[in-house]
Each structure stands twice: as C-alpha cells, then as structure tokens.
Design a protein around this ligand. Sequence first.
Ligand code: CU
Length: 438
Amino acid sequence: MRVNTISRARRRAAVGVAVAALAVGAGAGAGPAVARPVSASAAAPHCSAAYRIEQKLSTGTTWRMCRRYDSKAGLVLEDVSYQPRGEAAPIKVLAGVRLGQIDVPYDDGSVEYDDLTGFGFAQGLMNLAAGECPGGTIRKVKVPEAWDPRHPDVNGLCITTRSRGHAYRMQADTGDKVYQQQGKDLLVYTVNRVGWYEYMTEWRFQDDGTISMNVGATGSLSPVDYDAGDGRGWPIGKGATAYATSHSHNVFWRLDFGLDGSAKSRVEQYDSVVSAPARGQEAPTNRTTRTEVTKELAGDTRNMRWWRVVSTAGKNRDGHARSYEIVQGTGTKYPGHGFTRHDVYFTEYDRCEQFASNNPGCAAGHPRTVDKWVNGQTLTHPVVWVNVGFHHIARDEDQQPMPVHWQGFSLAPRDVTAMNPLTPAALADQNGRMEDRS
Ligand SMILES: [Cu+2]
C-alpha cells in the first residue's frame, strides 16, 4: 500500500516574510512617471505544431501554449502566453503549470490515496466521446510508460471555446448606446480515472487574461470505501444499511511563473485591516499593507488577504509592473498533514520538487512533502503550490453517476495591460482619472 514518508526534522521553521508594511497608496507598483512601453518577450512557443495549442478567441485575445503529458502529473501546459488585441507581442505568463497531487484520506483513517504518485492518475487518461468536447477538437495524447505499452495513445485532450456571459457592460454618456461584450474562454481538459473516480482537470483561459484551474470529481463512489470502521459516514441506498465513508480530496496545483519571459519574480502579500471610524469620519477605515515575501512561505488564506506574483522583467504601458494575483477558491482545508495544513506554498525552484506529497524524484534524504521544502531559502525563482481541499460527505444524489463536484482557483491579471484588454476603440482614451461626465 501507501509507502509512508519522512519524519525528517524540519531544518528551520522559517516563516520568511520580511515585513515591509508599506502603505499601499503611492508606493505599490508605481512605475516611473513617464510611461515607457516594455516590449514583451518571446514569439511562438517552442514546441512543434502537434504539441502547440493556439487559440484566437472571437473577442481578439490569443492564448498560446505547449502541451506535454507527464507519466505521473498528467497534462502539463508550458510556455503559456497571453496576447490581447492591443498588444503587439505575446505576454508570457507561465513557464509551466500542472497538478501537483491529489491526496485523498478517508475519515476513518483506513486508507489514504496519493492519486498522482501512487495510484496511476496519469495512466488513467480516458478516451473522450465525440459529444463531450462540444465545438472543439479532441487531440491524441501519448501516455509515457503506458501500463499497456501496445496502446499508449488516448484520444484524451479536449480543446474548445465557451462563452461565459458578460465581460463588461457600460451605458454610454450620451444617447442610448450600450458598450457590452460577451466574454469568451479557451478550455483545455482531460479526464483521468483513478479507481471508481473520474477526475476532470480543466484549464480555462479567458479573453480578459484570467486563468482558472479546476478539478471536478465524478464517476462513482468507491464501493470498497463503505461502512467506516468507526461507524461514521452517510447512508447511501435504502434505509441505513450501508454508509459511504467520508473523505477529503486535497488537490494541489504547481505553478512555475515565467512573467515576461523571466523565471525571476517577486511575491507580495497584501492584508487589509478595518478599524472603527475615528475623529468624526463617516465610515470605518481600511488600511492595506504590502509585505514582500522574500523567503519561502507556507501561507494561509484569511479575510482580506491575497498574494500576487510580480514580474521583474516587464511593465505595462502605464509603467506598472505586470503581475498575476492568486484568487483562492473556497475550500475545506484538511489539517491532517503538514502539507495540507496551508493554502499556498511558495518554494524556491528545485527541479526535483514535483509533487506536494510522496514526491518521488529527489535524492535520498530530501524531504518528500512541500511543507518541508519551506525552509528559509530566499525566493528568486518562486514555485507556487496552491492547495484546495474538499471534504466529501456523500449524499444520495452521488449515485449514479456522481455529479461533478468542482474545486479550484484562479489567476487574475493585475496591471498586465494598461487598460481592460477588451476596451472598445471608442473608449481607448479613457485611461486614468476621468473627467467629470455630468
Ligand atoms: Cu469524493
């Protein structure tokens, strides 16, 4: 069964946050007084046509990336760039992004699955039916180290587009004109079967620069994980004869940023604190501080807290450093392990650190879980690990099949472009404080 890991002492319980506590206003991200456009790096992604994904959405935004397939992680997207209509060149966002683990402990302590490294997630890539990639194309994927070496090819990658409703709406100053745009997304997904579960791994690239990553669990409840030894669970089926054992799905994503073509980026944490009104003010005050995360960090979400990864190589046309903000999804954090106890880990890049738990690739003696890689190193090339948990207490509706339950998060562009990347031409001069429109 599951090989148990490490009890190696943590070298230092280093929480590497250098508190700079700068007031946000003037300082944060302010560039030089004169806007100087910085040309974005890189042209086409460096992979052959068969592995290239390039989609120009009808709203004018082009996403480009390379895909490969890892024998444990499954689909890997590399060299991801974003080029909205107004940009002359693609803006590189991510050097690589993929799942970093799916950890599934059962509540009664009977079993814990590390689906990526121990239970064949990548090997379980499923052929897609024609109808489940509406409007798109299904691509063939060669599964390395395939369990059945005679059949390594799977028609398992769907690439399609989807509408997401309003990208924006604005009534014009005069007349009855309405500026409105229906947003479009590029969708890339696979389905991987692990035991009785089927995981949909979906990557959504929006025309406004947002990237969303979600894992949806469907398929069937595991018939062997019933009647927990401790008597807990939820009765499924008639009466109360069989109880599905409750469990968690702790999903990790591993993000290697490459903003503006550089592996070097900065990480910042923002916290806002609200205080009661003082000195006759009308409203409470809210003070936002920025903390430079200069050393490796295991971070916890909190109300009014967020992080961003900031480019050291490029600015937008307003002279502001480009960045991507991590927008945490709602989840249920599982406190059972050091590696599930935090919502996000920032670790200094190490080639062998590939999976958040039971990481197989490092030399003997190197810790095997992401929390232990947070040990005080200075961040110059940060790798971001996002952990989103879901506590699954089964319900009658879970059969049959089980409705997809989703968990995930987004990356939102912050100052990647100088304006809304979908701004219509008629409004292109409305950047900065606007004149009184009355
Ligand atoms: Cu479940």
